[in-house]
Design a binder for this molecule. Structure first.
Ligand code: ADP
Ligand code: ASP
Ligand code: MG
Length: 417
């Protein structure tokens, strides 16, 4: 007997038929004698609709009320799946985040889980109950519902798996694993049997939305054996119930990966915006005067490029922010202009950041040069570059996103044959 947490994303629970199919996956594990807790997302498109309603009601709304609205999508699915499981003769009931409770911090809209009392769920296992838990939500210190940021049900699942010391956390989604790049952009993408926590963390933070970043962090810290797998396969097909090697991608320690490639994957993030400050005074304290106020306004600055000034007095400063934060960033900068001292602000939205990720880069030279050459050959202009030990990120114009992803995927030999 094993203890398994199963998470099903929005497309997997998009309608009653799909919920029935999900219930069959749950039934398979229950009938194999395992202890099972299930985490569900809202039905596909539901959260977007709810978010849209809060914006329509008022663009500047109370984040606590936003949470009250958007957390409702998961409540519906949890109830529907519990009803379906019961109709199949399985002892199940739904639980909201606050009932367990899944405790979070106070950052409404992007809260972090602070504590889950595993004994509550372990008691349910003892009673032979399948707990169907609404993902994406918890209870804040202000005693109000808090949500975990978009894609947060992944994090709910991994956190619950850690709290109950589950043998496995299965993230069921609409693809059958983690691929070398988004299979919707590059059909030649290959499914990875395994990917290291570090690489998955980079992939997720650089745009591969298959897992929420925080879920990968938690899996890494708590050593949760996490699989990404498909909910669309026949629940009773051979091998689906394999305890050790279920079909899908295992997220694991680097040491578990025998054949390490130099480059493991390509990720991309759309909706980046570039801000350039022209003729900024080149003196100590200027960066602090620019980026301090942006940070205070909770604007996430990413790539930063500063030119060397010709005469030592003035320079250009360029950086990126999410397109959604561009207007706010420009307003903040206009305010600090007299103090910082620059001539003009120029900005451009709709850019894309493409990233090459691989642990093998630590020990191989020339990986970046290969990317630059391949993009140049396709006539793609590079606006900014950042690198770390295991990734290279390149900022380009929006319309070239797909071409750049496919070009890089091919140049590093990732295409399936
Ligand atoms: P869910 O609703 O199940 O949480 P998501 O839409 O959040 O599903 O994540 C699954 C999607 O992530 C896939 O449909 C795929 O288009 C996208 N994706 C992006 N990068 C990758 C990748 N490297 N491997 C697999 N899927 C990826
Ligand atoms: N329903 C939430 C979202 O769409 C959480 C999730 O699906 O993980 O962001
Ligand atoms: Mg998701």
């Amino acid at each position: 007997m094993a203890r398994i947490v199963m998470k099903f994303g929005g497309t997997s629970v998009a309608d009653i038929d799909r919920i029935r199919n999900v219930a069959r996956h749950v039934k398979r594990e229950v009938e194999a004698g395992h202890e099972v807790a299930v985490v569900v997302s809202a039905m596909a498109g539901k959260t977007n609709e709810l978010v849209g309603w809060t914006r329509a009601a008022s663009p500047m709304h109370d984040a606590r009320e936003y949470d009250a609205v958007v957390a409702s999508g998961e409540q519906v699915t949890a109830g529907l799946l519990a009803i379906t499981l019961q109709s199949m003769g399985i002892h199940a009931r739904s639980w909201q985040g606050w009932q367990i409770p899944i405790r979070t911090d106070n950052a409404h809209g992007a809260a972090r889980i602070t504590e889950i009392d595993g004994s509550f769920l372990i008691k349910r296992f003892g009673e032979g109950q399948v707990a169907v838990i609404a993902g994406f939500q918890g209870l804040g210190p202000d005693n109000r519902i808090a949500t975990l940021g978009r894609g947060g049900s992944d994090t709910s699942a991994v956190a619950i798996a850690a709290a109950v010391k589950a043998d496995r956390c299965d993230i069921y989604t609409d693809v059958d694993g983690v691929y070398t790049t988004d299979p919707r952009v590059e059909p030649k993408a290959r499914r990875l049997a395994k990917i290291s926590f570090e690489e998955m963390l980079e992939m997720a933070s650089l745009g591969a939305k298959v897992l929420q970043v925080r879920s990968v962090e938690l899996a890494m810290v708590h050593k949760v054996r996490t699989f990404v797998r498909s909910s669309f396969e026949d629940p009773d097909a051979p091998g689906m119930g394999d305890l050790i090697n279920p079909p899908g991608t295992l997220i694991c320690d680097e040491e578990e990966i025998v054949e390490q490639q130099v480059v493991t994957g390509i990720a991309y993030a759309k909706d980046e915006a570039q801000v350039s400050l022209r003729r900024v005074a080149d003196r100590p304290g200027v960066s602090a005067a620019i980026f301090g106020p942006l940070a205070e306004s909770h604007i996430n600055v990413d790539m930063i490029v500063q030119n060397i000034s010709e005469d030592g007095s003035k320079t250009d400063m360029t950086f990126t922010v999410p397109t959604g934060d561009l207007d706010k960033a420009v307003a903040v900068l206009e305010k600090v202009k007299p103090e910082v001292g620059f001539d003009a602000i120029q900005s451009e939205a709709g850019l894309v950041k493409v990233s090459v990720i691989g642990i093998g880069m630590r020990s191989h030279a020339g990986v970046a040069a290969t990317a630059f050459r391949a993009l140049a050959d396709k006539g793609i202009n590079i606006r900014a570059i950042t690198t770390s030990e295991i990734k290279i990120s390149i900022l380009i114009d929006g319309p070239y996103a797909e071409l750049a992803v496919r070009t890089l995927h091919s140049v590093y030999g990732l295409d399936k044959h």
